[in-house]
Design a protein around this ligand. Structure first.
Ligand SMILES: [Zn+2]
Length: 405
């Protein structure tokens, strides 16, 4: 197949894949079967792994349907001892309100494809699967892998987490085809630590508050001290790396997305609490942040006499691949040669699946077509020309890495 035919095929794959409502375990089996069929028809070798039910139950919370099976598809072409892996998640977030068209019935309008997942990231998947198909009859002297994973939108433990930690996937280079846009490449992302901090009083009937000890009033004192002192503590930290938004180069603390309270007007709350969404710069480690939060909480408790407890909901590390690495240099070179654009390496503000590779020392980046601002939005779309350009960059990247990078 020539590049023109490959482009047409990528559009067909994109349109067909959007029709699968791959939200929280739904139609995961159907979509991997679909991808397998297309790839097999074009001479790409495919294996499908079903993530063991026990593993899914252990790592996927109840609200994310752990009883529904999770699948990882691994496609391969080429030979040699170096492996370039493309990674894409086939799960999408629920459509939400505000769509002008059916989110799972894609439409093409003015050079764009509209539909849930067009940008995040069935477009990226269509781009790299087409690249594999392009190379299937050309036998590159480099192994090309395309892995399709579930659950990225809920943390990735039963997706890329399982692939890297349990299937021991250790390619030389990884490109996650998340929608960075073609002008930038994510060579890392921030880490995430989530906490609930609870403070305690004594519960009583609201008609006789003198019998209780109001935990909300204590929490207000405690939280304002905690937040103020924590921000002051973090103020001296600043990352030396380049972030997509310069304000993300400092650690951030966002309190209060969740509040804990008994939920009745006529109760003197005996417990009250608040969440903390703490984002880590590349230089930080999640376990150090957990210790930092626990230390600060117990110091404020001892200074104020307000009893507190810290619960850790999430602690995941940032990811980082140096700008001087082979994969970052090669994608920049590939983009310059293929589309005349030099993507700028930046650290992503949010979290991605890169961290699973980073923790094993694998060079990984995220680079793919789409508009990151449209991810998770109604009327999500991808510009078709960007999809085609991404294929040109991926094809060129393979050529460059065949030469040893
Ligand atoms: Zn995504």
């Amino acid at each position: 197949m020539d590049l023109k035919a490959i482009r047409d095929l990528s559009l067909k794959i994109l349109l067909e894949s959007i029709r699968y409502k791959t939200v929280l375990g739904d139609q995961y089996g159907d979509i991997v079967d679909y991808y397998k069929e297309v790839l097999s028809q074009h001479g790409v070798h495919v294996t499908i792994h079903r993530v063991p039910d026990e593993y899914v139950k252990k790592y996927v919370p109840e609200k994310f349907n752990p009883w529904k099976p999770r699948y990882i598809l691994i496609a391969r072409v080429g030979y040699g001892d170096k492996v370039l892996q493309f990674n894409g998640h086939y799960d999408v977030v629920p459509p939400g309100d505000g769509w002008r068209s059916d989110p799972f019935n894609p439409i093409i309008s003015e050079g764009r494809v509209y539909g849930r997942g067009s940008t995040d990231m069935k477009g990226g998947i269509a781009a790299f699967l087409s690249t594999l198909i392009y190379y299937a009859e050309r036998e590159p002297s480099l192994v090309l892998e395309g892995v399709l994973v579930p659950d990225e939108e809920i943390g990735g433990l039963a997706g890329t987490g399982y692939l890297v930690r349990e299937l021991d996937s250790r390619p030389n280079w990884v490109v996650i085809a998340e929608p960075s846009g073609l002008e930038r490449v994510y060579n890392g992302h921030r880490g995430v630590s989530w906490f609930i901090i609870k403070v305690f009083g004594r519960q009583a009937h609201g008609s006789a508050p003198w019998l209780g000890d109001n935990a909300l009033e204590k929490m207000l004192v405690y939280a304002s001290r905690f937040i103020g002192e924590y921000r002051k503590l973090l103020d001296i930290k600043k990352s030396v790396f380049n972030y997509e938004d310069p304000l993300a180069a400092k650690p951030t603390v966002n309190p209060g997305g969740i509040l804990i309270s008994p939920g009745a007007v006529n109760i003197v709350p005996g417990v009250s609490g608040f969440s903390i969404d703490r984002r880590l710069i590349v230089e930080e480690k999640a376990d150090e942040v957990v210790r930092e939060v626990r230390d600060l909480a117990s110091r404020i408790t001892s200074e104020t006499g307000i009893e507190s407890v810290v619960e850790v909901l999430e602690a995941s590390n940032p990811a980082y691949t140096p700008e001087s690495s082979v994969i970052v240099q090669s994608i920049r070179e590939a983009a310059v040669k293929a589309i005349g654009v030099e993507p700028k390496p930046v650290i992503c503000t949010g979290g991605l699946d890169l961290r699973y590779y980073s923790e094993k020392g694998v060079e990984a980046i995220a680079y793919g077509p789409g508009v990151i601002g449209l991810a998770h939005q109604p009327n999500e779309y991808i510009v078709l020309e960007d999809l085609y350009k991404a294929i040109s960059v991926y094809v060129k990247l393979v050529e460059i890495l065949e030469g040893g990078g």
